[in-house]
Design a protein around this ligand. Structure first.
Ligand code: NAD
Length: 489
């Protein structure tokens, strides 16, 4: 008895979206995927109809009901006011893990890294992509980098669970915690806490700058790589490109209850409607979706037929261009639709030289992570950073003024400008802007502080004619300092 077809909301998207989605669905359905596509409209049309989110309430209801979503790329119209639909969908549905494999198909796709087989697991909801930005003074704008403990625990645990489920041997974490000791430091710390729970999987940490250089140069040294949002976005696009074509790279966005599958590339509007784009990235995203909805046998059938097609050098224009540049001439150039037909013609076949895909016995369902409850930590007020907009005073003049205003509840310990200490004992050479961080702590370093002291301090600052623009309270968490120090503190 065959089970009921799984209804999958499908968005054909914009630009090359409709043709690569038609091609991908053609292959999936011919391979016997037990799915029923339910077409939904999102993206450019919806944006241009005046909906700045690019998605209607009815469409949200459909996504909520069917939970697994297959999406072609969409075009975000130029000009202000339109939100990134991808970011919105990821956040609204809690799709915290962005899984982006980058694989070499050497010698059948031109590539400088014949042994590359890396999966980037990118945190998908936090970091600078929270999109909280402010212009604080005429000279200075700010973007908040938010990293949470539950966010880190979910993505790091997902990376290890993924490695275990897919028989991978090593998880590498990449951060910049030598500079961002609290935000990237938390990501690294959580990685170090969780890694020992997976003794069967090797673990290591790289600083992101040299780590990305190593990824670009020697990707075969890596297996699964887990990263905060921005680094993961950049590194996975870089790997997609060096794999031969961005058109080959698939992606999955996974949460506890929902999932969205899409290629990593965009809608390439210039190529839209020409039936030339490579549908492989989207098709392989469909393979990841079939594994996720527990149809691994169909996933394996599609993946192997696709590998055989690539092995037979049936290429869309992007691979042809790359191949020509490398002097390869034994290929057949096909359209998007004909590429899909070539894959269908090979259903049931396996590649001869490339490693065949095998998903049997694989359960890609990942346990819901248990999260550490840190909400009861005791927060002790230890001071305050008051940010001031001031364009005329020198650091010393500002320092003297604020030293007087600090008393009686506080003393001024430091002023920095763009993170560089300028008072006391600043260098006259240091370039300064109109944006000053002024740190106030208890006068003797031990007196108990209260929020009312901060209100009093702000009143004194206002009455003096200075303009404060924002505050950051300084806390001890369970007695430990939970803010970065300025130089010399
Ligand atoms: P893009 O990825 O759409 O295209 C960049 C270039 O990559 C193209 O010009 C083309 O040469 C090549 N390319 C991409 N996909 C290909 C494929 N399947 N086959 C062959 N070649 C391919 O990036 P872009 O031009 O920066 O963005 C275009 C639009 O896509 C923008 O509106 C952007 O907002 C949107 N976008 C959407 C998504 C998404 O929906 N997931 C992701 C990224 C960008």
């Amino acid at each position: 008895m065959t089970s009921a077809k799984r209804i999958i909301p499908v968005a054909k998207g914009d630009g090359i979206g409709p043709e690569i989605m038609d091609a991908s669905l053609h292959v999936l359905l011919e391979a016997g995927a037990n799915i029923e596509p339910k077409h939904i409209d999102i993206g450019e049309k919806v944006f241009l109809a005046g909906n700045t989110a690019g998605i209607t309430e009815e469409t949200w209801d459909i996504l909520r009901e069917y939970k697994t979503f297959f999406k072609a790329p969409i075009t975000t119209p130029q000009g202000g006011g339109f939100k990134s639909l991808n970011v919105t969908v990821r956040k609204m549905l809690g799709l915290y893990a962005n899984v982006r494999p980058a694989v070499s198909y050497h010698p059948h796709v031109p590539i400088k890294h014949p042994k590359m087989n890396v999966v980037i697991i990118r945190e998908n909801e936090e970091d600078l992509y929270a999109g909280i930005e402010h212009q604080q003074t005429p000279e200075v704008v700010q973007c908040l980098k938010l990293i949470s403990r539950p966010g880190c625990e979910r993505i790091v645990r997902y990376a290890f669970e993924y490695a275990r489920a897919y028989g991978r041997k090593k998880v590498t974490c990449m951060t910049k915690d030598n500079i961002m000791k609290l935000t990237d430091g938390l990501f690294h710390k959580v990685f170090d806490e969780i890694a020992p729970e997976y003794p069967d999987i090797e673990n290591e940490h790289w600083i992101i700058d040299i780590g990305t250089a190593k990824l670009a140069d020697t990707p075969e040294a890596f297996d699964v790589v887990v990263m905060p949002n921005l680094y993961g976005d950049i590194a996975s696009d870089m790997l997609g490109q060096i794999a031969g074509s961005v058109g080959l790279a698939p992606g999955a966005n996974i949460g506890d209850d929902y999932a969205m599958f899409e290629a990593i590339h965009g809608s390439a509007p210039r190529h839209g409607g020409k039936n030339i784009a490579n549908p492989s990235g989207l098709l392989l995203s469909g393979v990841m979706m079939l594994v996720y909805i527990e149809q691994p046998d169909v996933a394996e059938r599609v993946h192997n037929a696709w590998l055989k097609t690539i092995e037979d050098h049936i290429w869309t224009y992007d691979l042809v261009r790359k191949g020509k540049a490398e002097g390869i001439t034994n290929y057949t150039e096909v359209s998007t639709a004909d590429f899909a037909k070539a894959v269908v013609a090979r259903l049931g076949q396996k590649p001869n030289e490339l490693k065949a895909a095998s998903y049997s016995g694989l359960s890609a369902k990942i346990q819901k992570p248990k999260l550490t409850n840190v909400r009861n930590a005791v927060m002790t007020l230890d001071g305050v950073d008051v940010f001031i907009h001031e364009g005329k005073l020198t650091p010393d003049e500002l320092g003297k003024k604020l030293t007087e205003l600090a008393a009686p509840e506080f003393k001024l310990t430091m002023i920095s400008n763009r993170g560089q200490k300028v008072y006391p004992e600043g260098f006259p050479e240091t370039f300064t802007t109109d944006h000053w961080r002024c740190r106030f702590k208890s006068p003797d370093g031990t007196a108990k502080l209260s929020l009312s002291y901060i209100r009093n301090l702000l009143s004194r600052i206002e009455q003096s004619g200075l303009s404060w623009i924002k505050l950051e309270n300084l806390y001890l968490m369970d007695g430990k300092r939970a803010y970065s120090l300025g130089q010399g503190e």
